[in-house]
Design a protein around this ligand. Sequence first.
Ligand code: CTP
Length: 403
Amino acid sequence: MSVLSGKNVLLGVTAGIAAYKTSFLVRNFIKAGANVQVVMTPASKDFVTPLTLSTLSKNPVYSTFYDKEDENEEWNSHVDLGLWADLMIIAPATANTLSKMAKGTCDNLLLATYLSAKSTVYFAPAMDLDMYKHPTTQLNIEKLQSFGNVFIPPTSGELASGLDGEGRMAEPETIVTFIEDHFLSNLPLQGKKVLLTAGPTHEAIDPVRFIGNHSSGKMGFALAKHAASLGAEVVLITGPTSLSIDNSDIKRVDVISAQDMYDAVHQNYKNSDIAIFAAAVADYKPKIIAGQKIKKKEAVMQIELVPTKDILASAGKIKKNQFLVGFALETENEIDNAKSKLNRKNLDLIVLNSLQDKGAGFRSDTNKITIIDSAENIISYDLKSKEEVAVDIFNEILKRIGA
Ligand code: CTP
């Protein structure tokens, strides 16, 4: 699967003959699983039609802030487009557009969007060889790179002018591969190993019954997916759940009991850089597991329970360089209880769910969390989807590990 799968790619097209190649570029991004939107300079429409690019990208193509002819036309917000993009690529980038970008000129929608973009901006120049060699163009390219933009070099070959030399826009496949490689090597968790626990545990009473809880595993699975999207190699140790996950960067290990989870965690913990324990592990298990199904009797039934091993605390005890995160589900004195759990289990962060908050906790698709770090800084969040909560949790981790 491409690293661009599910990513929002904003393509800016400027007026060079190489614009005709952008139809292949859009197709290659779509093939990689990206969502594509296109912004064109007005003059680029002479080289490739908006209809072609909108059909291939399955999205409207923008070139003006609004269309005076069309009463229903809405204002096209460069700010919204800039925020939407996970990456922006300007291809072909003409000498004129490069110069305007370097100066901060903003006289069309594409340039306004470039200035508003929060993501990495790639640019693939295309022009005649003498224009390309000109010191002004070279200076503009250097300047744009110094702003953090990423230069995709042109290649040498026959140019539209008939001359031979440097200035041909990189081929669409080369551009996509270049961006994939660059994107991968710049992911903040590239080369890092993340260990996660998720879901409930089931503690057997007899061959057909168990003690369990309502944990769905959704929070842990959302964390696993986000860790993988940040470039990490993930081991997801999960108790029984109906959830599925299909991602080659996530190794799923299915377990049933707290003891199974303990064993699986300790097989993977030493090699991990970040460990997040989102599982709702049973605190007690039956002292004896009956070998046969327990038969119904008239008398009161009692099951003797013994504590399970605290997996998180055991990880805290042997912690070396791992960044260790635990969860706390509390019903009263939430902050104090969470702080004492953070210290007792030697954690770097604790994520607190209060059952007093509607929409938080087990089974729901949403969660409302408070994060407390080892310096006892407290950060509270609104009710959000578990996917968004996963992003918030990793943002706090990334800040603290300096990734
Ligand atoms: N946890 C664990 N192993 C256990 C119990 C809990 O790894 N046997 C982890 C959970 O995954 C969670 C954290 O510990 O990250 C907090 O669990 P919780 O049950 O809320 O805390 P306890 O320490 O068990 O305290 P209490 O039940 O008294 O609140």
